[in-house]
Design a protein around this ligand. Sequence first.
Ligand code: CIZ
Ligand code: SF4
Length: 349
Amino acid sequence: CKNLANIYLEIKNLKQKKDSIILSHNYLYPEFHEISDNIGDSLGLSLFVREKQCKRVDFQGVYFMGSNSKIIVGNEKRLFIPDKPEKLGCSLVDSIDISFIKDWKEKHDGVVISYINSDIYTKSLSDYICTSRNADKVIINAIKKFKEKKILVLPDKNLGRIMKARAVDFLKEEGINLNPDLIEVYEQKKAYCHVHEKINLDYILSMIDKHKESDLLIHPECSCSFQLYEIAKEDKELKKKLFIVSTEQMVSSAKKSSAKSFIVGTEKGMVYRLRKEIPEKEFLAIDFAQCEYMKENTLEKLLNSLKNDKYEIFISDTEKTESREDGIYLPRKTAEWAKVAIERMLEIR
Ligand code: CIZ
Ligand code: SF4
């Protein structure tokens, strides 16, 4: 449509004029796939933003991802998100009880691994950040480095449970008998993503039954991921078709598998990326799996952001995070501590 074509053109012109790169998360609407310099998961976007030369970054996704990228680039690059932080929320970030986490860490003198879906205060008191793509590597690294220390995993209980089970199994294969009590998972109320929590075992088993030829790509944030992992230990048929993976790994898993069709157990925006990269295969979206925060991102908002320089994230000398008319101010000391944990993750390959 003409209007959309005009918006594209205006974005392209402004992007060039302002020397901006546009980064978009895998869950966004398909039009972002056309206009972005990079589309990916939070790990991929973090690595991209660290390397790429530019004056400005326009981050399309949710707020915690934008602030994560700002912490990585510091004041060397300006970074903008397209709307106010409260519009670009995340239920996992909302589930965080910071005083509980402080007490928990102190009580155990524990090593804290925080999922990237967390606020900067949580990141600042973490030893490591992880994403769903590198969670297994990060936890194994932490266990080997800190030996007898307790490992505390937060805030997603579904991801946490599967990280714990996989770490125990992985180390067993290496001949190491890890005491499972050394890993504790944050099991507070609502410690889950409200979109992935709805993707439960009954629903997935009925999908598997309906689509017998399809493989299953399932995100570890789903409430059924740990149960599927355990069931598949006994069920060879399920094991063959099951991939409990991050969004980026969904792309590589679907490329590698000989199956022609896949159930996609994550936010439904992911199917655009899969269909675009692997057009010869079929991808079945879960219709109710939609994140309203991710869907706040629109091309109109991106254009507005590029035109009016809104909403910028700054690192400043404020005491606490402040939302002001011209943008969001992150406290420098907190950002510096958070950066240590983020960089530690980025160094683990
Ligand atoms: O790491 C990300 O980008 C998220 C939130 C999901 C995933 O698995 O890629
Ligand atoms: Fe957060 Fe879930 Fe939305 Fe991802 S899909 S941004 S985890 S609420």
